[in-house]
Design a protein around this ligand. Structure first.
Ligand code: ZN
Length: 498
């Protein structure tokens, strides 16, 4: 028995409690907190963050971590806990506490500034705040950077280990070369899929009923989770017995429908983490990309799969007879897969989705590595949308102000969305070899698929890195060809392009 490891536990328990408090503050800010609460609550969030930093970087914890190494005799899980705590200490110890607190207060207020600027379509109102956040991010990254390491690489490392600028450049170049012309072909194709019936008078009450039914159907466990409403759907978790998802309702049925399956996928991941890991530093997803792979797997490989709707479509029609009684299943399934290059990432179809991410990746790289001035963002943003998707935003709210991420200091996060989609496609190809995937969906059996993901991915929490999980599940290193082949096959068929 490693005594230092035992002595470390009470400190880690306190650290987890602080983390949970911060998660609850955020959850509350996004769901129920009144508008005027923000700047007041921000002060408390700053104080709790500071207390967390003080605890985790304190002399006692640092000393015990060293002793753990000296004493040795640690299990794989214990070693992984130590690895994660050390990394957290490294991340935070190099930042002066005053700076950390100032930054935390800034990002808890900046969400409100961003939201207002977006409402007013006024990028200039947000630009000074964005500049401050970028300066902090670059400064923090420079504290953490190893000799010769690029600042954007430091940021990327925080979300997806091993995916450096060099590797992501290759990945995104490939997507750009293959998907931009493919999308162009689809835009020029003769196929004209109708999806008008997905927008209309869909009463919120029935949509709520549908959201609950679908999330339960795919396996979200309401005894360990809740579903609430927020402006932007998201998932958070206190531990594996408390996963929280949100959705939003609009006149577009497919919007809430797929966002709820997406968030349920995130929630199922959290609920599937092993009990022995929960409330430890390993009780979370392996990485942002791996998390996104699960949500997008549920949303697209399951939710937009024709077979998924075989046992469900009549129930959907029964909920919305006025809108859907005259629409057959085939027409409906084509509609939910219709490719319509648009300006808004979260409304994007499955095919053009990664191009939205490509644009953000290119701009982030320029902001961090090439001193791009924030004032130039709106124009460049618009140019890239025109080049890759063939459309141009008319104002900042449908352009550069649409995402919350930068206002929260999440630089290096966006690539996880595209990587997640690609991870999911590799898993899907593997699972199709091992089981009758579509046959199971047709029978309404989601649990066989879910259990497979649980066994290979969910239960391991953060013990292993995403690349290793993927390799152990599929027997192969990450290979983006699966993603490209999947998209080309699926959409080539739907649009009659070979
Ligand atoms: Zn997601």
């Amino acid at each position: 028995m490693n005594q230092a490891y035992e002595q470390l536990q009470p400190y880690l328990e306190r650290a987890m409690a602080y983390q949970a408090a911060l998660i609850l503050f955020e959850w509350d800010n996004e769901t129920l907190a009144p508008a005027q609460a923000v700047s007041y609550t921000a002060k408390m969030q700053g104080a709790v963050s500071a207390a967390y930093q003080e605890l985790i970087t304190g002399a006692e914890v640092v000393k015990l971590l060293e002793q753990c190494d000296q004493e040795g005799d640690l299990s794989e899980t214990e070693l992984a806990v130590i690895r994660e705590v050390k990394e957290e200490v490294e991340q935070l110890a190099c930042i002066p506490p005053e700076e950390y607190r100032e930054y935390k207060e800034l990002v808890s207020e900046s969400g409100g500034i961003w939201a207002k600027a977006r409402e007013n379509r006024d990028f200039e109102a947000f630009a000074p705040t964005l500049k401050k956040i970028i300066d902090f991010q670059k400064k923090f990254a420079s504290y953490r950077a190893k000799a010769g390491q690029k600042l954007y690489d430091v940021m990327l490392d925080g979300y997806e280990k091993g995916f450096t600028i060099e590797r992501l450049d290759q990945f995104f170049d490939k997507l750009k070369q293959e998907l931009v012309p493919f999308l162009q072909q689809i835009r020029e194709s003769e196929a004209d899929l109708r999806d008008d019936f997905l927008t209309g008078d869909y009463p919120e009450e029935q949509q709520q009923e549908l959201a609950k039914m679908l999330s339960e159907y795919v396996g979200f466990d309401f005894s360990k989770g809740v579903l609430a409403v927020s402006a932007h759907p998201f998932t958070t978790a206190l531990h594996n017995h408390d996963a929280r998802i949100t959705t939003h309702y609009s006149e577009r049925l497919s919007s809430a429908l797929f966002s709820v399956i997406h968030e349920a996928g995130h929630g199922i991941y959290e609920q599937g983490i092993g009990d022995e890991l929960t409330q430890t530093f390993l009780g979370q997803g392996a990485s942002m990309g791996m998390h996104e792979s699960q949500s997008r797997f549920f949303e697209n490989m399951i939710g937009r799969n024709e077979a998924f709707w075989v046992p469900l479509y009549e129930k959907l029609q029964a909920l919305f007879p006025r809108q859907l009684a005259a629409i057959d299943r085939e027409t409906y399934v084509a509609a939910i897969n219709k490719v319509t290059p648009g300006l808004i990432r979260i409304e994007a179809d499955e095919l053009s989705y990664s191009l939205h991410i490509l644009i953000r990746y290119e701009l982030e790289k320029q902001l961090i590595e090439e001193e791009l001035a924030v004032e130039e963002l709106p124009g460049l943003w618009a140019d890239k949308y025109e080049e890759y998707l063939g459309i141009r935003p008319e104002h900042a709210a449908e352009g550069v102000l649409q995402d919350i991420h930068w206002s929260q200091g999440f630089f290096g996060y966006f690539p996880s969305y595209a990587l997640g989609s690609a991870f999911a496609a590799q898993m899907y190809a593997d699972m199709k070899k091992k089981m009758d995937f579509e046959g199971l969906l047709r029978l309404g059996d989601i649990s066989t698929i879910r259990e497979c993901l649980r066994t290979h991915i969910h239960r391991h929490g953060k013990i292993k890195e995403s690349g290793r999980l993927l390799r152990e599940m599929t027997g192969e290193d990450f290979n983006p060809d699966y993603y490209l082949n999947y998209l080309k096959e699926k959409y080539g068929q739907l649009y009659g392009i070979l």
